[in-house]
Design a protein around this ligand. Sequence first.
Ligand code: AKB
Length: 320
Amino acid sequence: MKRILVVGGGGQIGTELVPHLQKIYGYDNVIAADVKPDVVKRLSLTSTAVRLDALDADSYAEIVKKYKIDSIYNLVALLSATGEKNPRLAWKINMGALLNTLNIAGETGCAVFTPSSIGAFGANTPHNKTPQDTIMRPNTMYGVCKVSGELLGDYYNSRFGVDTRSVRFPGIISNGAMPGGGTTDYAVEVFYKAVKEGRYTCEVPADAYMDMIYMPDALKATTQLMEADPLRLIHRNSFNIASMSFTPEQLFRKIKERIPDFSYDYSIDPVKAQIAYSWPDCLDDSCARSEWDWKPVWGMDEMVDDMLKACRRKFANGEF
Ligand code: AKB
């Protein structure tokens, strides 16, 4: 049985990954850690939760020892748009948390999952059916951290034998915790605004294609890769995964089909526009499919229906 630590457990992914892992590995075997005391308080309602600043290597190592952890999911990250506002802080947090994770894993034998992202690619990457192994010259500090993280993951695996695994997440659409500071956040925000106010102003250009994934598929990918037979893995850090790809305009039309009064317009943020156009339009995920049987379940229409249902329920319950 595994003993799992989810670092950055209160963010968009962690909020849903913790209960997902509890279902698979047992409630008592999953520890959620976050740096913010109010978030730790929220997490403690549904899990064993601890306060941890992942940049504090000694406290991090103590927690791993105290809870007899053997698998770490490191979700700590400043995302792409926030990273451009403060690139040095993005490097410090994203790389500091990852290096501490890898060093502790090297000392204790823990397996490590760290998400990479479509943000690891840049403007000169082939945009259509972006191959698994291709040009990676990102134009953001977030992307620079993701490429560096992929290289470090492979290095710690080959040099120190750490069992590192990772996927390049598309924009994740979910209705647990809100994302914050990403370029793909619009694809979550619009559902809340459509339900509450019937209108939305988008900062990403109407025609910017980006890969997206619905949270249940993102969770499935994470645990499926961590359970994959290591002998089948040619790659480790990091796998392209794909399930749907669309532009803001295409998403908003789908919402309007379901809420005819919904209206939207655009007020473009130049930084987000530049980032969105630099990222792939759609990834080729054939290596994930052949090395660990990746197969998404959710398509765009089912995702839109499910998001609207969840947001309407949350709105009716006074949750936003
Ligand atoms: C972002 O937009 O920065 C993230 C990502 C795609 O990694 N959601």
